[in-house]
Design a protein around this ligand. Sequence first.
Ligand SMILES: [Zn+2]
Length: 496
Amino acid sequence: MPLQLANPLLLILIPVLLGYPTAAGKAAEADEEHLSSFWMRQAQDQLCERLARTKDFIGDSRRAKNVVMFLGDGLSVTTLTAARILKGQRRGGSGEEAQLAVERFPFAGLSKTYCVDEQTPDSACTATAYLGGVKTRSGTVGQSASGERVESVLQWAQRAGKATGVVTTTRLTDASPAGAYAHVRRRGEELEIARQLVEEEPGRKLHVILGGGLGKFADERRDGKDLLSQWREDHPGGCYARTLKELRNCTADTETNGSLLGIFSDSHMSYHLAASKEQPRLCEMAAAAIERLEQRSQEDGGSGYFAFIEGGRIDHGHHETRVGYALDEMLEFDAAVETVLGMTDPRETLLVVTADHSHTLSMAGYARRGTPILGMDIQQRDLDGVPYSTLNYAIGKWQSLDKEGRRESPGKTLSPTSYTPSYIHGRKGVHSGEDVAVFAMGPQSHLFGGVMEQNLLPHLMGYAACLGSGVTVCSQDKDQNRDTDADPDSSDSDSS
Ligand SMILES: [Zn+2]
């Protein structure tokens, strides 16, 4: 309507009403978000608010001796649902009624994954959030957006005398595991990330390091360093494994509880569906890690441990838009959670399971109960009468079009390892920006509910296990004791 558009006030208001950012609003937001202190303060405020909100009905002051954080890379809620159905169907059931290990966790919430400069984030800025407590720029690991060093919760744990370990199915120098120990502006600096893992803290003090990416430690280096020999020199009682058999030999030797390094491939470890028997499964690596960290903790007088365990290739299956690989990797992750559930005591170990970001997988239509989740539902048809699959990506490599560019049924080519149809043709599958799930069990797990900023997670783990410089259950206990000591009336009334 030209008359209304001519009104100068409306011209100013329309972008605001439509939600377009104004230049001033954007600048004000960005400046403070570039500093660690902004995110640390924001998370501590949220933690205190949570404590205040729950203290009247949950008086649990139990401290977590151990923490195990599981990270499913790209593990969207749709991936959880589809993997659950696949799990049930592999066992011969209808599928929908099956249960994932996380379904036994009593508390769940949602995590907001945006980063300082991205609505939909990558795995580097999210790792800095869920391990370091600070949101940063896309591609940055262990640094704030202004370049300050951000310590990870594993470093907090080492400072508190706990044993620590990192397990992944990707290269050990990939963004998610790097968030545990590295500090680089760009995630692609993997040769530098490998150097930091072996030479600097907290990397060189990790008791367990299991994953892939041998090339970054040896062959691909141009600086003449042999980081593997260096690690062995620095850890005289340590054990180094290249295969599942060698990993078993390392863990069979219970006499020496030295550090454990396992690197099982030159780059990412193979997808479980394509792996040789030489390659350990994620659940086998997780079991070896927890066993070694538990031994180490006992040797140190029961100091406890912190383990970070990543199912890193769920994300890769989604990027390839081959949902069969993504779901199988998710079920490998599920098996690892199940394994650790069976090895730990919920009275002393906090388990947290979450994702860094989502993916565009959708589960569309009204498929009947028991429809094969990786196949077609021929009852579903588009306006041209062409059937479509239940699982699709918004953006991906393959659209299932005929020579004239019309959509044709993908049924002929769909298999558990084939490409999955997408609506928009792109180079590869892409991340998506909606919230991801967080599941928790063990001491203080009730705090992991509702909607959380992703960078709150390490603060909550730190609170539960008395790590880091923020508020913890230990500092709260001290405050309460001090209050009681200072108030003679309250102790009188207690004894009367
Ligand atoms: Zn990704």
